[in-house]
Write a protein that binds this ligand. Structure first.
Ligand code: GLA
Length: 702
């Protein structure tokens, strides 16, 4: 709900309130929902601005930085108009959230240049996240250059925040890190042309008053700036990275910054629940939004490049036997690809490896009773490819310079419309001729040689993103029933921008269960389990060499969308039988596991998650023992999210017996775990993680 009284505007979500003053461009309040009848005009202003610019005496990091036609940088945007719009405006060329709700539009004009700055705050009727974006319109008679336009500025009261970020590397994505912000500036950013493995755009600023969380609906270079100044203020800026950024805006042209989102909640758990609800309702779209996702078997870690039709069909028939629903053919099916040195761009069938080609292979997979899925890496080109030989100019590289090769490949210049059109044609053809029901869209290297003929270097990164979004939007619209799963060498581009097109994302190339606990845990702060691809792979694990019991690998994968990624033909009957039981269990509980409320569980030596049905009648918790100490009396866990007034029957998957305990007891009493883990098994498998799945069913209310 948006209420306006003169220049005072109050935006209420279900549980929060944001109060702005339009003429002075100030934040007056953001936090728990206001319940008193306080007049908005009585709220004390403490100079917390909704945008900032050089040329005033605010020397904190600005949200807007323009190079004016007169050669100066100073602007002095003045309030011009306030409007409440009923339909959420689209952001041209960029993905954004959608849904019922209202949008506040604030317009400011710089009197000397006539440049306009528009700020948008969108609310949704059913959620606590506020979407914020910014736009510049050049009302001047000459070109201006946008050197920075941040999507969101929030000046927080106080300079005692802890900033939590999610950082890492390939196979180590989204590790939670916290640091105390003190006087000075902290950046969380990406300059590699992707939202990155290294630093996800999601950040949280926390202090005793609660948690403020921010994210960006964008998959390219991003920057989150936190500056604590001498005025007891912490400025948070979220937007496109201004690194190498310089966007020329001709008279009459607009520049739209991507959408950012913010959310206040009293705790991290609440932030996650609110962010998850937002992603599920207002970011993910299309047929798969609320659909239970299929259990898949992917051949990558099972075969890598070494497969032929016979091997694939053998794996697929085992996949069917254990109850999987979708078979995914990964890298290596096209051109003459036998390793990662060639063929990217040649999206035609490698007959030797696929039998009669994709179409006939897909038919054979379907004849087994499985859906067919296919891997593609559309934004890439190998120098050893027919595409490169015929169109060397499609590759992203600087004329006269040796390009940097990563994973032996170059990138396509997706800023060029010709290249975009080629990609749309080639990938649509793959999907159409195979009839694929699922597509894994990969992106296995980052950008280095940013160059496109006729494209200003300062515009390149963003023009690439606009080209990329044009392509994914066309392809996903053309095939509305196909389930798309994004991937970027694992989770290197898992962000809200991509989730507008891909309802799922491959979380990480690290499939080791212990490692996955931390990766999925970090990912879960911002993103719901419905979008996290989670696979059971071979043991010893291919990334770490560690051994993990099959059930523990499965239990960890229950925290996301389940898949298997190993050569099922190499498993024993007993292992296949266990997998069949796992798949049956997962399917039986899939609605709860994929769409329930997700909580993280932590205790000494223990880490896990708990997923609770919306009506709180049932729940499943995964508890992993990370280290083992014999007779450790402190190994315990408190469960979350249950109805404190209800009594639940609690049992452990695979173990006999159950106990009845109240939701209040389960939440507030440490439940001892020692007795649940078989000491002999632990001794025999020293170094492994062991897990248990707890099942909760409501028996009666208070
Ligand atoms: C990336 C993906 C993997 C697999 C390989 C294939 O690393 O993350 O899952 O698809 O590419 O080359």
């Amino acid at each position: 709900m948006i209420k306006r009284k003169g220049h005072f505007i109050r935006l209420d979500t279900i549980n929060t309130s944001l109060v702005l003053r339009a003429d002075t461009a100030e934040y007056l309040y953001y936090g728990p929902k206001l319940v008193s009848a306080t007049e908005l005009s009585s709220l004390p202003g403490v100079n917390r601005k909704i945008f900032s610019q050089p040329g005033t005496n605010d020397y904190t990091e600005p949200s807007v930085l323009l190079e004016n036609a007169d050669g100066g940088f100073a602007t002095n945007f003045q309030w011009a108009r306030t409007r409440i719009v009923l339909e959420k405006p689209e952001i041209m060329g960029l993905p954004s959230s959608y849904g019922e709700g209202k949008t506040l539009e604030l317009k400011y004009v710089d009197p000397s240049t006539r440049v306009q700055l528009l700020l948008y705050y969108s609310l949704f009727d059913d959620c606590d996240v506020i979407a914020v974006s910014a736009k510049l319109v050049n009302g001047a008679r000459k070109d201006i250059h946008v050197r920075r336009l941040m999507s969101l500025q929030l000046d927080l009261y106080g300079a005692d925040y802890e900033l939590v970020t999610f950082e890492g590397a390939w196979a180590r994505e989204r590790q939670k890190r916290a640091r105390v912000l003190t006087s000075g500036i902290f950046y969380n950013d990406s300059k590699c042309g992707a939202s990155s493995h290294a630093r996800n755009p999601f950040v949280m600023a926390e202090n005793a008053s609660g948690v403020y969380a921010f994210n960006l609906v964008y998959s390219g270079n991003h920057k989150e700036i936190c500056e604590c100044d001498g005025a007891n203020r912490t400025r948070v800026l979220v937007g496109i990275n201004d690194f190498m950024f310089d966007w020329k805006l001709a008279p009459g042209e607009e520049f739209a910054a991507p959408e950012a989102v913010m959310c206040y909640a009293p705790s991290e758990d609440q932030v996650s629940l609110r962010m998850h609800a937002f992603v599920s309702e207002h970011i993910v779209r299309g047929k798969w939004k609320k659909r239970e996702r299929p259990v898949l078997v992917n051949n990558w870690e099972g075969t890598y490049f070494d497969f032929d039709e016979e091997k694939l069909l053998a794996i697929a028939s085992k996949a069917k036997a254990v109850g999987a629903e979708l078979f995914v053919l990964d890298d290596g099916w096209f051109g003459k690809r036998q390793d990662d040195t060639c063929s990217l761009g040649d999206w035609y069938d490698n007959i030797a490896k696929t039998g009669g080609g994709l179409a006939s292979l897909a038919e054979k997979i379907r004849a087994l009773g499985l859906s067919f899925g296919i891997w593609v890496e559309p934004e890439m080109i190998s120098e050893d490819s027919d595409l490169y030989r015929s169109h060397p100019n499609y590759a992203m590289k600087v004329p006269g310079r040796q390009p940097t090769r990563l994973r032996n490949q170059l990138m396509l210049n997706m800023a060029d419309e010709k290249v975009q059109n080629y990609v749309v044609r080639a990938i649509c053809d793959v999907i159409a001729r195979s009839g694929a029901e699922y597509v894994k869209w990969d992106f296995n290297r980052t950008m280095t040689d940013c160059f496109g003929k006729g494209i200003a270097v300062g515009e390149y990164f963003h023009r690439y993103m606009l080209g990329y979004y044009r392509v994914v939007s066309k392809i996903t619209k053309r095939f509305p029933f196909v389930l798309f799963e994004g991937c970027a060498g694992g989770g290197g581009r898992l962000d809200l921008g991509n989730l507008c097109y891909f309802p799922q994302y491959w979380t990480s190339d690290d499939t080791d269960a212990r490692e996955r606990i931390a990766i999925q845990d970090g990912t879960s702060y911002a993103y719901p389990q419905t979008v996290m691809g989670a696979h059971v792979s071979a043991s010893p694990n291919h990334q770490t060499g560690d051994t993990t019991p099959l059930n523990s690998r499965f239990h960890v994968a229950c925290g996301g969308v389940l898949g298997y990624e190993l050569d099922l033909t190499k498993l024993s009957q007993a292992e296949l039988h266990s997998i069949a039981e796992q798949v049956a269990f997962y399917k039986e509980n899939r609605k709860l596991l994929q769409f329930g409320d997700y909580y993280r569980l932590y205790d000494r030596n223990v880490n896990g998650f708990m997923i609770v049905s919306k009506d709180r009648n049932s729940a499943i918790a995964m508890v992993a023992l990370l280290e083992h100490h014999p007779a450790d009396p402190t190994m315990s866990v408190r469960f979350k999210g249950l109805n404190p007034g209800a009594v639940y029957e609690v049992c452990v998957r695979g173990q006999d017996g159950s106990v009845s305990l109240g939701g209040d007891v389960l939440a507030n009493t440490p439940i001892p775990l020692e007795g649940l883990f078989d000491y002999a098994q632990r001794q025999a498998n020293s170094g492994c993680i062991f897990t248990r799945l707890f099942l909760f069913k409501k028996q009666k209310n208070a």
